[in-house]
Ligand binder design. Structure first.
Ligand code: GUN
Ligand code: ZN
Length: 434
């Protein structure tokens, strides 16, 4: 018998496959009057309330929601904790934006009090927006990661993070060395990787800020520990790409730099990839690497439009990223609102079920965690959301006109934001209540 058992009754929706592979109808399960049963923080049953209720003991506690939709928790595959205080910084594109705003803001994270304060704000903001798992960049300071993991551990969240490695082309006050980045990353891995639901990501910022020696050591770390993640940026901005060519003239292109240092693989997530070519997409797919699609950032920093159909053609794993603070919202609903427009500007469509996939199961697959998160299959961690159809007067009125779950879902993604997230559960525990 489980020690704790709870049940949640509402409309329930989750992705079970990529619509690009199986078609839209086979990509999801929807229960208009559904029941989700949680035993000791894991999902033990999902189905129609009428079928499941008779199988349960009469005294089980049931939380029943009207006008609400239960979905898996959202997965943010790219976000920067130390950029929380600089979201919405005016007027620059990537390289000037980094120098003008980002590096000064990140310089404060060697200070424990500051790192603790921002980690707390950052995690509350994730949960308020329904994000239950994120792949997180810290700053160059190990303290940024320690503060984050300490706060995440208290709430038993499934989170992935790493200390930025950067040993050149950044201000003196913010660089490490190849050797110190290796030693500091190793200490963080020993302390946190595999502890509870936490995982470590080796985090070279991007090719221009690492020497060949540092990239070599990043690759070495990946071979020394099983199941480590690797996160970095790629092909976001045209000037950035030119700069990489100047710094690594001996390599075929941007991706080839990372490939050469053995940073591609099944747990490698590359943010942006706005300007990747066909050959690079094929190589990413071949190595099982993933791309994090960050539409609010790509628009805000004027970087360009991500070509999702090309990624699909190559069967490349794609997750969704907010990229705060280049991105402008912690909300994956708002991020999908912008993703839709990025597709529209390219004459393509983004169906609401593909959007749901990107924010949940697609993210889980990019992180190789689809057996644990990103869907509501029995056996999964009970990381889920209650989305409120009456979150705002306009949403409430608009959804009363909706004819089906596809329309409801699309409207939630267009009008929805943090206000839409009524409750967030992590491993079966309520971690946010609006
Ligand atoms: N490339 C290198 N560093 C960064 C960063 O902090 N944000 C974004 N969007 N791109 C980067
Ligand atoms: Zn980023």
């Amino acid at each position: 018998m489980p020690l704790t058992r709870k049940a949640y009754r509402a409309a329930i929706l989750h992705s079970i496959a990529d619509p690009a592979e199986v078609g839209i109808e086979a990509s999801y399960e929807y229960f208009e009057d559904g029941l989700l049963v949680i035993d000791d923080g894991k999902i033990s049953a999902l189905g129609h309330a009428s079928e499941l209720l008779p199988t349960l003991p009469a005294d089980i506690e049931i939380n029943h929601y009207q006008d609400a939709l239960i979905t898996p928790g959202f997965i943010d595959t790219h976000i920067h904790l130390p950029q929380t205080g600089m979201v919405g910084s005016y007027g620059e594109q990537l390289l000037d934006w980094l120098n003008t705003y980002t590096f000064p803001c990140e310089s404060q994270f060697g200070d424990k009090a500051h790192a603790d304060e921002v980690a707390d704000i950052f995690i509350k903001e994730l949960l308020r927006n329904g994000t239950t798992t994120a792949l997180v960049f810290g700053s160059v300071h190990p303290q940024s990661v320690n503060s984050f993991f300490e706060a995440a551990e208290k709430l038993n969240l499934r989170m992935i993070a790493g200390k930025v490695m950067m040993d050149r082309n950044a201000p003196d006050y913010l660089v490490d060395t190849a050797e110190s980045s290796y030693v500091d990353s190793k200490a963080l891995i020993e302390r946190w990787h595999g502890k509870g639901r936490l995982h470590y990501a080796v985090t070279p910022r991007f090719a221009p800020t690492s020497t060949p020696e540092q990239l070599t050591l990043a690759g070495q770390l990946l071979t020394e520990y099983p199941d480590l993640y690797m996160q970095t940026h790629i092909s976001e901005n045209l000037k950035e790409i030119e700069w990489v060519k100047e710094l690594f003239p001996e390599r075929k292109g941007y991706l080839d730099v990372y490939d050469h240092y053995q940073l591609l693989g099944e747990r490698s997530v590359f943010a942006h990839g706005v300007h990747l070519c066909d050959e690079e997409c094929a190589r990413l797919a071949e190595t099982g690497s993933a791309i994090s699609f960050c539409p609010t950032s790509n628009l805000f920093l004027g970087s360009g439009l991500f070509n999702l159909p090309m990624a699909e053609k190559h069967k490349l794993n794609v997750g969704l990223g907010t990229d705060v603070g280049g991105g402008t919202s912690f909300s994956l609903l708002q991020t999908l609102n912008e993703a839709y427009k990025v597709m529209q500007l390219q004459g393509a469509r983004l169906s609401p079920f593909k959007s749901l996939y990107l924010a949940t199961l697609g993210g889980a697959r990019a992180l190789r965690l689809e057996d644990k998160i990103g869907n509501l299959q029995p056996g999964s961690d009970a990381d889920f959301l209650v989305l409120d159809y009456n979150a705002t007067p306009l949403l409430s009125y608009r959804l009363k006109q909706s004819n089906n779950i596809a329309e409801t879902l699309f409207v939630l993604m267009t009008l929805g934001d943090d206000r839409t997230v009524q409750q967030t559960y992590a491993a079966g525990t309520l971690v946010h209540q609006r």
